[in-house]
Design a binder for this molecule. Structure first.
Ligand code: PLP
Length: 423
């Protein structure tokens, strides 16, 4: 039986046994006892049950299965942060001497990880303009390019990724496409339907939804053909894992099992059962919350677009937005709750406006259940001069508004009273 998202949010991943707890329990244990050495030996061959909580745990496993079901994938691996998920998704395919191709419209943390830290590890990132044509992107590929990376709805630029275009570029080169689907969540976009092979998330944002804990996840579509000759580490014996051949032993789940058995085994950034339990509470209502975020986001964007104290608004859900057509195609027109706008009067007015808000929280977070705001020029990007800000597309008066689930009338009234306090 194939179920709809709202049902999967509640039921996928955990089916109580007869008389078992109705809610997935927190399995607070590092280890698992087995009756025989043979049983444990078999688990080393085919890791079907958790045996050690550095890389598997029943509570986390239930959440992994739920997210895999929502994305339409064959398996998932939770991590302690979105950054760790992005890192693992790349390290599972690359080693020193390889390169990756990445859309320039991605999260700042991803840019830093790829441009600085991976570079130190010998993996080079080639950034491409998301507007570049297919041929231009193909020309940027090199023989050692192992993957293409993009972000469904870029944080904070709100550029919608043309996933099908990136998929054609990647697949033409025999390599997979990885998509960061954090802002969209599988409720607004399922990247596998458009040709993505791997999806990553920062679960810290809408999935958790309540600003309780940092986390990440990698999801495998199971569709990429790792036997195409470009990925010998999937088709030749892994000596670090008693000679297993991932594609032979694990079939279409080769990628995600390799990530668990090599990377999670060695790096161990696995979430605690309690974190997964909290994440699950957020996931249970994700299908109910996302349309409301999108509705509140659209109403706020419309209000801002009509406000005389606002110079410009970026929200792909608005018909006049440059990315509206892509938002219709990939997000069904529902562009999340994040809106950016440039206030007239630059930095000074932006700060006055931010400090005048009473309901919206001034915090370094986004995609929260509560409305929050951020002023990049004086917070996340404060080390940059106005000239440097301009070079990376950030207006000194730019404000990122992340609309929460409060009543939209109250959110708009708060914006209105704060605008009244600026010139
Ligand atoms: C926040 C974020 C990340 C990083 O996630 P953390 O959970 O903070 O490590 C990655 N991608 C996107 C799009 C994000 O918004």
């Amino acid at each position: 039986m194939t179920m709809k998202d709202a049902t999967l949010c509640l039921h996928a991943g955990y089916q109580p046994e007869n008389g078992g707890p109705g809610v997935m329990p927190i399995v607070q244990s590092t280890t698992y006892r087995f009756d025989s050495t043979d049983h444990i030996a078999a688990l080393f061959d085919m890791p079907t049950e958790p045996m050690y909580s550095r890389f598997a745990n029943p509570t986390v496993d239930a959440v992994e299965k739920k997210i895999a079901a929502l994305e339409g994938g064959v398996g998932a691996l939770c991590t302690t942060s979105g950054q760790a998920a992005t890192l693992f998704s790349v390290l599972n395919l690359c080693r020193a001497g390889d390169s990756i191709l990445c859309s320039a419209a991605v999260y700042g943390g991803t840019v830093n990880l790829f441009a600085v830290t991976l570079k130190r590890l010998g993996i080079e990132c080639i950034f491409v303009d998301p507007e570049a044509g297919e041929e231009e992107m193909k020309r940027a590929l090199r023989p050692n390019t192992r993957l293409v990376f993009g972000e469904t709805l870029a944080n904070p630029a709100l550029i919608v990724c043309d996933i099908e275009k990136l998929a054609r570029v990647a697949h033409g080169h025999g390599i997979p496409l990885i998509i960061d689907n954090t802002f969209a969540t599988p409720i607004l976009c399922k990247p596998f339907r458009f040709g993505a092979d791997i999806v990553v998330h920062s679960t810290t944002k809408y999935m958790d939804g309540h600003a309780l804990q940092v986390g990440g996840v990698i999801v495998d579509s199971g569709k990429f053909d790792w036997t195409n000759g470009n990925f010998p580490e999937f088709t030749e014996p892994d000596e670090s894992y008693h000679g297993v051949v991932y594609t032979k032993s694990f079939g279409d789940a080769a990628y995600i099992i390799k990530a668990r058995m090599q990377l999670m085994r060695d790096f161990g950034c696995y979430p605690a059962a309690h974190s997964a339990f909290l994440l699950n509470l957020g996931l249970e209502t994700l299908a109910v919350r996302m349309p409301r975020y999108a509705e509140n986001g659209r109403r706020a964007a419309e209000y801002l677009a009509a406000c005389p104290k606002v110079e410009s608004v970026t929200y792909p859900g608005l018909p006049q937005d440059k990315y509206h057509a892509l938002a219709e195609k990939y997000l069904g027109g529902r562009a999340s709750g994040v809106v950016t706008f440039n206030i007239r009067g630059g930095r000074e007015n932006a700060v006055r406006f931010m400090d005048s808000l009473q309901l919206a929280c001034n915090e370094v977070h986004v995609a929260d259940i509560r409305t929050c705001v951020l002023h990049p020029a004086s917070e996340t990007h404060r080390q940059l001069t106005d000239e440097q800000l301009a070079a990376c597309g950030i207006h000194p008066g730019m404000i990122r508004l992340s609309v929460g689930l409060e009543d939209i009338d109250d959110i708009l009234a708060d914006l209105e009273q704060a605008f009244a306090k600026v010139k």
